[in-house]
Design a protein around this ligand. Structure first.
Ligand code: SF4
Length: 451
C-alpha cells in the first residue's frame, strides 16, 4: 500500500513587518528526510512555508497524507504545533511528528495533544522507525511518544554525519528564483558538520547532536556540491573554518574536480586573522564571503560575552578579507544591557570599518541553553515567535523597552540606508523600517508589538 508523507517547514515569521529577508534558507533537514523516505518507498511532498503561496490547510486537503512531519527552529514552534492541530482536524488518523533543531533541545515544550511523536536527534532512521519501518536493523533512537497518554522518551544518541545521505533538492530546483543569500539568488545550503568545536556561552550550536561535533569527509561534500544545479553554495555549518588541514583538502578537491562555484562559509575572526595565506587560497577557488560572528565592537564586551576573540582579531580579520577580496558578512549582537552610546558605537564601528554586509541581532537566552535559566528573573516573554533574534526576550537594564527598541530600530534603519546607498540587496526594505520607527517615535505602540 502506498504510504504518504507531507514534510512541512513552517514560515519563519508572521510579523507584519519583517526585518529579515536577506537570507532565505533551504529546508535542509526536511530535504535529507525526503531522500531517506523516497529510498524506502514512501511518496513524499515538501511544503516550504516561505516559498508556497497556498496554505498548509490547502496542502493537507490536496494531499491527504498518512503522516505529517514538521521541521523548525525555536521561533517556529507555535507554527509547528498549530499545523499538527490542523492536520488532526483535517483527519484525526494522520500521524503527526515534530523533528528538527527545536525538537533536539526543547522537546518538552512540544508535548501537546496534537503531536504523536517528537524526534530529538539527527538520525533519519528514527523517522523510518516511527513510520512503521521497523525492520530490526535500527535501534529506536531519540524518540518521544505517548504511552497511555503519558509522554515517554527514548534518549537520542549522537549521529555520525558521515552516514547522512545527500539532500533531495527537487523543491530547490523547482524554484530557481528563490533561496537567497543576500544578493545571491538560488543559493544551496550544504552542511559539512553537526555541532561546534567551540562553546560560546550564548550559542545553542555546541549542544546539538548531543553535544558531539562530527564532520563529513571533504570528498563527499565536494562531490555533493558538484551535483547541485546552482551557482551559489553556502556551507552552513556552525563553524566551517575550524581546521586548516580540512579546509586545504577541501580547496584541493575543488581544484582537482574543476568545480567553479561562488562559495560562502562560516568562520571565526581569530581563525581568519591567523590564516591569511589560506584565505587567499580560498578566494582563488571561488570563496566570495565568510559569515563571521563579530559579536561586539570592543574588548570589554567581547570578554564579558565569552566569545574568545578580541577586537585586534576582528581588525585583522577585516583587513585580511578586504585585501583578499572576500566579503565579511559580519554579525553583531545588541544586548539588553546596552546604553545609548553602545548603539551609536556599534554603528560607528561598522561604518569606520567599511563593513557592507551586516546583521545585528538581539542577544537571546534560548530555552535549552544554560543562559535561559540564568536570565529567568528578567525574562519578559516565553512566546516562541519572539525568539527570532529580532526581539527582546529579557528586560533591558538601562532604559525602557520602548526606548531600547527605538534605539535598535534606529540602528537598523541607518544600516538599511547605508546598504541601500551601496546598492546591496536585502537592505531594500527601507520603507518598512521607516514605518516601524515612525510608529515607535510617535508613541502609538512599542515597536515590538508592531514588528
Ligand atoms: S558562536 Fe560560533 S563558534 Fe561560538 S559556539 Fe556558536 S557556532 Fe560555535
Amino acid at each position: 500500500m502506498d504510504r504518504t508523507v507531507l514534510l512541512i517547514c513552517p514560515e519563519q515569521s508572521r510579523m507584519k513587518y519583517r526585518i529579515s529577508g536577506f537570507i532565505e534558507k533551504e529546508c535542509l533537514d526536511a530535504e535529507i528526510a525526503m531522500t531517506v523516505l523516497k529510498q524506502n518507498g514512501f511518496t513524499v511532498w515538501l511544503y516550504d512555508g516561505e516559498i508556497m503561496t497556498h496554505s498548509v490547510q490547502e496542502e493537507l486537503s490536496k494531499r491527504h497524507p498518512d503522516f505529517v512531519v514538521l521541521y523548525g527552529q525555536l521561533h517556529q514552534e507555535a507554527f509547528m504545533l498549530e499545523y499538527c492541530q490542523l492536520a488532526k482536524k483535517c483527519d484525526p488518523g494522520i500521524v503527526t511528528i515534530i523533528a528538527g533543531e527545536d525538537a533536539q533541545l526543547n522537546y518538552r515544550r512540544l508535548y501537546h495533544d496534537a503531536v504523536d511523536y517528537i524526534l530529538t536527534g539527527y538520525d533519519p532512521n528514527a523517522l523510518l522507525y516511527v513510520l512503521g519501518e521497523d525492520t530490526g536493523r535500527w535501534q529506536p533512537n531519540g524518540i518521544c511518544h505517548k504511552v497511555d497518554g503519558v509522554w515517554s522518551q527514548l534518549p537520542a544518541r549522537s549521529y555520525d554525519i558521515r552516514r547522512l545521505p545527500w539532500a533531495d533538492r527537487s523543491l530547490f530546483d523547482a524554484y530557481p528564483e528563490r533561496y537567497r543569500f543576500y544578493d545571491h539568488v538560488h543559493t544551496a545550503w550544504v552542511r559539512t558538520s553537526f555541532s561546534c568545536t567551540h562553546q560560546c556561552p550564548y550559542c545553542a550550536e555546541p549542544l546539538r547532536n548531543r553535544g558531539e561535533w562530527c564532520r563529513r569527509d571533504a570528498r563527499d561534500v565536494v562531490d555533493e556540491i558538484a551535483s547541485i544545479q546552482a551557482e551559489n553554495i553556502f556551507l552552513c555549518d556552525a563553524d566551517f573554518l575550524c581546521d586548516e588541514d580540512y579546509v586545504s583538502e577541501f580547496l584541493r578537491l575543488l581544484q582537482e574536480k574543476d568545480i567553479h562555484r561562488r562559495l560562502f562559509c562560516t568562520g571565526r575572526a581569530d581563525f581568519i586573522a591567523s590564516h591569511e595565506t589560506l584565505v587567499l587560497e580560498m578566494k582563488g577557488t571561488g570563496f566570495a564571503g565568510i559569515v563571521c560572528d563579530l559579536q561586539y565592537c570592543n574588548d570589554a564586551m567581547l570578554s564579558a560575552g565569552g566569545k574568545g576573540t578580541t577586537a585586534a582579531d576582528h581588525a585583522e580579520c577585516i583587513r585580511i578579507c578586504k585585501e583578499t577580496g572576500i566579503h565579511v558578512y559580519a554579525s553583531f549582537l545588541v544586548h539588553p544591557d546596552f546604553h545609548d552610546a553602545d548603539f551609536r558605537d556599534l554603528y560607528r564601528y561598522i561604518s569606520d570599518n567599511g563593513l557592507l554586509y551586516t546583521a545585528v541581532s538581539v542577544f537571546t537566552p534560548e530555552p535549552g541553553t544554560p543562559l535561559y535559566d540564568a536570565y529567568k528573573d528578567s525574562r519578559i516573554t516565553d512566546d516562541s515567535c519572539m525568539y527570532d533574534h529580532f526581539h527582546l526576550t529579557v528586560r533591558p537594564s538601562h532604559m525602557s523597552l520602548r526606548l531600547w527598541y527605538t534605539r535598535y530600530y534606529w540602528l537598523l534603519l541607518k544600516l538599511c540606508r547605508r546598504g541601500k546607498r551601496e546598492g546591496i540587496c536585502g537592505f531594500a526594505d527601507y520603507g518598512t523600517m521607516m514605518r516601524i520607527l515612525a510608529s515607535a517615535l510617535i508613541g502609538q505602540k512599542d515597536p515590538s508589538e508592531i514588528g
